[in-house]
Design a protein around this ligand. Structure first.
Ligand code: FMN
Length: 186
């Protein structure tokens, strides 16, 4: 069974990223195409990039980077649950990506984005551009959640039908790409 990391890419106190990720984790586990793991960037707790060597060298000097490398290495696919801040990608996600290189290569990633009227689509486009530098294949199919705060009460995200349907379509596509990319990783 391939291993899917569901990455929570917001780290703020009171973040809605946690309830959105909880909902998505439920969908991913029901889907049953992956063994599913939570990857919470708040818990990963990387400093702003300060490693002296290029990640391609894998000469990591910090324990947090070594642990992060092992986590990403062990995963076959990702779903990035990410907010949009100032029409841009999540800085915690950008920082986490920048810490590594080969560990990301030839793995697929789906995006669950949320925000105000844009549903995080500007962050999605910016993130996708960056993913390609790591040879991560971004899924076309995605989950987009406009007006996210209307769906969160008491720490619980309540989806509408479109969110549930798009999660299933994206997970189906992730399974296909995970299988196809296995050949490039061997
Ligand atoms: C610094 C900051 C910038 C934001 N910029 C945007 C934005 O550009 N587009 C948007 O749709 N929402 C924006 N928002 C609103 C967020 O979508 C909303 O606060 C959401 O809850 C953020 O996700 P989080 O709670 O997981 O951190 C911004 C929020 C913050 C805190």
């Amino acid at each position: 069974m391939p291993r899917l990391g569901v990455v929570i890419a917001s780290t703020r106190e009171g973040r809605v990223g946690a309830p959105v990720a909880d909902w998505f984790l439920g969908r991913a586990r029901t889907h049953a195409g992956f063994e599913v793991e939570v990857v919470d960037l708040k818990a990963v707790n990387l400093p702003v990039l300060s490693e002296p060597n290029h990640p391609r060298l894998k000469k990591y000097t910090q324990e947090t980077t070594r642990a992060w490398s092992a986590t990403v290495e062990s995963l076959d696919a990702f779903v990035l649950v990410t907010p949009e801040y100032n029409h841009s990608a999540s800085p915690a996600l950008v920082n986490a990506l920048d810490h590594l290189y080969f560990e990301w290569n030839y793995k697929p990633a789906g995006l669950v984005t949320y925000g105000g009227i844009s549903g995080g689509l500007r962050a999605a486009q910016m993130t996708k551009l960056m993913l390609t530098a790591f040879k991560i294949v971004p899924m076309v199919e995605a989950v987009t959640i406009p007006f996210v705060t209307k769906h969160v009460a008491d720490g619980v995200f309540t989806p509408d039908d479109a969110h549930d349907k798009s999660a299933k379509v994206m997970l189906d596509e992730l399974v296909r790409w995970t299988g196809a990319l296995r050949a490039l990783r061997s």
